[in-house]
Design a protein around this ligand. Sequence first.
Ligand code: GN1
Ligand code: MG
Length: 356
Amino acid sequence: MQNIISHFRLTNSVGEPRPLKTGLINDSFILPAAITNGESYFLQRINHHIFTDVEGLQQNIKTVTDHIRKKLIEKQVSDIDNHVLRLIPTLDGKLYYKTAEGDYWRVYHYIGAGHSVEQVNAESAYLAGVAFGEFQNQLSDLNHNALCESIPNFHNIEFRLKQLREAVETDAAGRLSSSRDILAELEKRAEDMCLAERMFREGKLPKRINHCDTKVNNMLFDDHGKPMCIVDLDTVMPGFVFSDFGDFMRTAANTGAEDDSDLNNIHVNMQVFAAYTKGYLSQARFLTPTERNMLPYGCRLLSYMQTVRFFTDWLNGDTYYKILYPEHNLVRTRAQLRLLEEQENCAEQMQRVVME
Ligand code: GN1
Ligand code: MG
């Protein structure tokens, strides 16, 4: 790993890389500063089987972080490196390093003052809503064409359903017969869940630049519990606002875990839902009435989409997400499906919160 590190423009030497157990796609390490008050770094091996256009991916991150940085400078924010990611280039000025074996690596400045959380309370949910609303605001004047789709059709549910149906057809791991009940639940909702895509084609729903991975742990908080920085910008791209609103609720307004094996743990945390909604709507003044009205639908859509994606990976024999044990993707699927059902039961309540 020392060889990899030596290719980046670091300002001081660093100690042994410390692996981080975070994320289901890339491999992450902290490179701690080897001198007092030195700079520490965040090293990642990019999963290039998933992000096949690494050049485009890295360029997206550069474009987005430069754009946000400019806004922070205008606002005269003093500790900017705590509020927006900073990519460290290689010695020859590239945004990643490719090894002889074909692996891709990148380095960020490490934001040591921040920490991520797996759960929020109503107070931090409100602040998170403000922060993600602000994030969409900051990017609202960035031209769509400035970004590529780092994963084409990433949050397009019609595409995800097509992948599911292909996986069903192939049944590569021979797992279909024991999970037909799940397939039936998904197919039953398919038509309704494709509504947003249809509305987009009819010109009734816009696309905006979204983060597209607003899991609760993709935000760093400071020691006082205030959001500091939004991280994991791999999937920033145009999409429906639901992507960001719904993905946060999927992870934060869920009393259980994304992969909870005890389905009884899984309920909608309405306090977190209401607080986040309030924070988000205080910033997201760009929303059309249709978008606002469809926010609860967007929550269901993202839980549904995640169920489809985990289930597809289960059927394919676990080729996409990292798993910790053989049935992991099936457990994830069932947990997300239960969350969806819980959200369906709360749909009217959610609608009232948004309207208020
Ligand atoms: C993946 O690796 P991570 O945790 O940032 C996935 C998201 C899923 C999430 C589910 C590129 O994100 O879309 O919602 O797992 N990222 C990609 O936990 O597929
Ligand atoms: Mg991610």
